[in-house]
Design a protein around this ligand. Sequence first.
Ligand SMILES: [Fe+2]
Ligand SMILES: [Fe+2]
Length: 195
Amino acid sequence: MVPSKEPAEVLRQLMAAELPEGLTAHIDRVVHLAGLLARQHGADEGLARLMAQAHDVVRHLDPRALLQRAEMLGLEIDPVDRVEPVLLHGPVGAVELYERFGIRDERVLHAVHWHTSGHPDYGPEAWAMFIADKVDPTKVERWPALADVRDAAWLSLERAALTYLDLLLVRAVTERWHVHPATVRARNALIARLD
Ligand SMILES: [Fe+2]
Ligand SMILES: [Fe+2]
């Protein structure tokens, strides 16, 4: 008997034709690590892998196209999204997954929608995806402090996520970046849970 393909693999095949190679390679690495982190923490490995496979489905679209899509779809657009429309690839991606790729699992759509900031309602699978995305080796190479996030993730996904959001906030202050309100909300929720 031929074993049936897992949902992440089915989605990978559907997406592969549309995505640039570099993005597919990034997603493959995120899927792999998200699965390992989910296993480490006794979470649903298949769900974490599916969230990871789905997370960057429209990451290759240019910022103007993302903003246009978000406006057309009537999505909520924060002023920070208008400055950095690339942040909209989560919310736009979630709609795309529903409309074009048949993804109906609300947990997956929610995880993808919020994957640039994290979310107070994230469970272990979504945090596993979130962290696996942030500590992709190419990102750690560009920003070595991320190694702390990667190492912390084997002990606690939420602590690792908080470490990431702390690093991001410090850097945002130093470099005078905008901070998306969703990032602040996710960080506040983690602090309340962990302290
Ligand atoms: Fe992304
Ligand atoms: Fe990503």
